[in-house]
Design a protein around this ligand. Structure first.
Ligand code: SAM
Length: 292
């Protein structure tokens, strides 16, 4: 497997105010690939030791499903720290990979790769209007931010619809769109779950909404053909366990990069996510779509 070199991230200080520190903390937590979503481990592999391979394997599988190798233009909605953008161009021969993110920290970090074939735009999916259609698109665990949690019930379906309409509008006919998203499962609600969900509010998931699969199916009707839906709950739970192990091993450095409170919050959130996956309250589904 070809490994794309990571970018070294200097800097110490508080996590909140500077993009280099934010990147440094995320690199410490997520490993050199800095992928903030589930990975594909093979049987018998040790979680933390093979975190990067598991993430690269996942990205490569997504590229394969999207038929993106050798493509001219590819879109990544919610591109994180740019690992998929880099991999598309360096390993998979894509000419131009464009990422969307609302985060200046992520945009500046990606600019630091100085890879002329990738670009990150500080733009939401709603604002992005490409002049030239894309040949493939990805959205890896960013759909959870599409519907703000304060959205009234009657507007949620419209917002998911607007999202899939925007992505379909950016793609050429027959192009594939591969997404990974948390979905809500079927665990009964009890007091423990309510406490845990309240704690999760202060994580990155706090402002978004985790959909039901049927909401997504409805939102894609007439825009995309559904090629495949796979439940990959365990892939995300394994990544959370690997990040927890990494954090435990380098906790002292993490506390310097962020602070004790922020580190404790991440530890709590990872623990809650793992139990929410194990209890089947959350799933993480991979959906492969083809633009009609
Ligand atoms: C959990 S991270 C996943 C990042 C990356 N796809 C990965 O797998 O590592 C969620 C990403 O969604 C981005 N995001 C949040 N709201 C967004 C929006 N309205 N439009 C585009 N991206 C958004 C965040 O900045 C972040 O990059």
């Amino acid at each position: 497997m070809t490994t794309v070199p990571g970018r070294s991230v200097p800097g110490l200080g508080t996590l909140r105010h500077h993009h280099e520190e934010s990147a440094a903390f995320h690199r410490l937590l997520l490993g050199p690939t800095m992928v903030c979503s589930g990975g594909y481990w093979e049987d018998g592999e040790r979680l933390t030791e093979t975190l990067d391979e598991a993430q690269e394997r996942k990205l490569d599988r997504f590229v394969e499903l999207a038929g993106a190798a050798g493509a001219r233009r590819v879109l990544d909605v919610g591109c994180g720290w740019g690992t998929l953008l880099n991999r598309l161009t360096i390993v998979h021969g894509v000419e131009q990979a464009v990422g969307l993110t609302p985060s200046r920290a992520e945009e500046q970090f990606i600019a630091g790769y100085a890879n002329p074939r990738i670009s990150a735009r500080v733009e939401s999916w709603e604002e992005h209007r490409p002049r030239d259609p894309y040949d493939a698109a990805f959205c890896i665990n960013a759909l959870e931010h599409v519907v703000p949690c304060a959205t009234p019930p009657h507007e949620r379906a419209e917002r998911y619809r607007a999202f899939f309409t925007a992505v379909a509008g950016a793609l050429r006919p027959d192009a594939r769109f591969v997404l990974h998203t948390l979905t809500v499962g079927a665990r009964p609600v009890d007091g423990r779950l309510l406490d845990e969900l309240r704690l999760l509010r202060c994580s990155g998931l706090g402002h978004g909404r985790i959909p039901h699969l049927h909401e997504l199916a409805r939102a894609t009707e007439g825009l995309f053909e559904v090629i495949e839906i796979v439940d990959e709950r365990e892939a995300f739970a394994m990544a959370c366990r690997a990040w927890s192990e990494r954090l435990a091993r380098c906790r002292d450095v993490a506390v310097v990069l962020a602070d004790e409170e922020a580190v404790a919050r991440v530890e709590r959130c990872l623990g809650i996510l793992v139990s929410a996956f194990e209890d089947k309250f959350f799933s993480n589904v991979r959906v492969t779509l083809a633009r009609l």
